[in-house]
Design a binder for this molecule. Structure first.
Ligand SMILES: *Cc1c(COP(=O)(O)O)cnc(C)c1O
Length: 367
């Protein structure tokens, strides 16, 4: 039996995609091979790779002066590659400035890593209120190499309501947990990156969308596999790319296109999120800790209104356990923040959200 999976990542994929992948597992497109068995340079694999990139470009409206790279290492490796390629100095010469806005764990990990290769400044943070809001974006220093934001903060459930204007300084964003959830104007960014395991496909593939003028600035000592210029020149095939993951991403993108594309899924995502936030607003026992204007459409943390720590813990434990038994799984909050969290990515149908609300209302009756 399929469950409603509220996991923050790796997370639920559309059933149609999984069924098609299963059907094609041993023989894809009449080749007599699984995609897993194909050479990445073969005529059988080439159309699969090209279709995935073309669909991503179409669905996101990626302008032609941007390269799309399919890499490995997760979003976390981008925390290193970005400063290495854009702000690190040649041996003996100065590091460049890089601006990071601190909106939670992932943003902090990104800036901590960048501090090894760049002169990092963090002019704004929402740490003072446990990251429950997005701070105002200060103007960028004009000599900064780039300005980094985490568009959707998976753990605390916040999202930038508008894209900051950083002038001539390239804006970079981690979009791991919101890629393709709503329309996004790619041309406002110098570089976008996302680990696949939230809205795109299986873990192991990372998508990087980079404006061409930002390619080719890595110092000579940068390891080959960490250089954007090498990956771009080799069209993501400097070494073996995550072939099967790219194929599954292609199937997910095809599913999304057939559904009507990003504007249609955005409407569905708003509907799902509104439904759950409205429930929380009216609930006597649960609430959203996040400031209204900063609320994520993808990750919705919620906590008991109960303030006694012991009773609170008991409610949380029981909620997650009983929900699981009812086929609503992976609702525990992040290990660092506790509480509960419903991650409702593109693949979560509205029926899943309705089932969660029905469960929560029944659970409230037991309190
Ligand atoms: C999940 C996530 C990451 C970490 O991704 P990995 O692929 O595990 O490195 C980074 N940033 C955000 C916003 C995430 O949601």
């Amino acid at each position: 039996m399929r469950v409603y999976n509220f996991s923050p990542g790796p997370s639920a994929l559309p059933l149609e995609v999984l069924e098609r992948a299963a059907k094609e597992m041993t023989d894809t497109n009449g080749t007599g091979q699984s995609v897993m068995e194909m050479s990445h340079r073969s005529k059988d694999y080439k159309p699969i790779f090209e279709r995935t990139e073309a669909l991503l470009r179409e669905l996101m409206g990626i302008p032609s002066n941007y390269k799309v790279l399919f890499l490995q290492g997760g979003a976390s490796l981008q925390f290193s590659m970005i400063p290495l390629n854009l702000a690190a100095g040649e041996q003996g010469s100065a590091k460049k400035k890089a601006v990071y806005i601190d909106t939670g764990v992932w943003a902090k990990k990104a800036s901590d890593e960048a501090a090894k290769y760049a002169e990092v400044s963090i002019p704004a943070s929402s740490k003072d209120k446990a990251y429950a809001y997005i701070p105002a974006a200060p103007k960028a220093d004009s000599d900064a190499a780039y300005y980094h934001i985490t568009l959707n903060n998976t753990i605390v459930g916040t999202k930038w309501a508008s894209i900051p204007d950083t002038g001539a300084v390239p804006l970079i964003s981690d979009i791991s947990s919101c890629i393709l959830s709503e329309p996004l104007d790619v041309s406002k960014f110098g570089l976008l990156y996302a680990g696949a395991q939230k809205n795109l496909g299986p873990a192991g593939t990372t998508v990087v969308i980079i404006r061409e003028d930002l390619i080719g600035h890595a110092p000579a000592w940068t390891p080959a596999l960490l250089r954007y210029d090498i990956h771009a020149a080799e069209a993501s095939m400097y070494n073996t790319p995550p072939c099967y993951g790219i194929y599954i991403i292609g199937l997910v993108l095809e599913w999304l296109k057939n559904l009507g594309g990003v504007s249609v899924i955005a409407q569905k995502n708003r509907e799902k999120a509104n439904l759950f936030y409205s429930y929380l607003e009216s609930s006597k026992h649960f609430l959203s800790p996040v400031e209204k204007v900063s609320r994520s459409l993808m990750n919705i943390p919620f906590v008991p209104r109960e303030t006694d720590p012991e009773k609170r813990k008991d409610i949380e434990t029981r909620f997650v356990k009983e929900a699981g038994a009812a086929g609503l799984v992976n609702l525990a909050g992040h290990r660092l923040v506790g509480g509960m969290r419903a991650s409702i990515y593109n693949a979560m149908p509205i029926e899943g959200v309705k089932a969660l609300i029905a469960f929560a209302e029944k659970f409230e009756g037991s309190l």
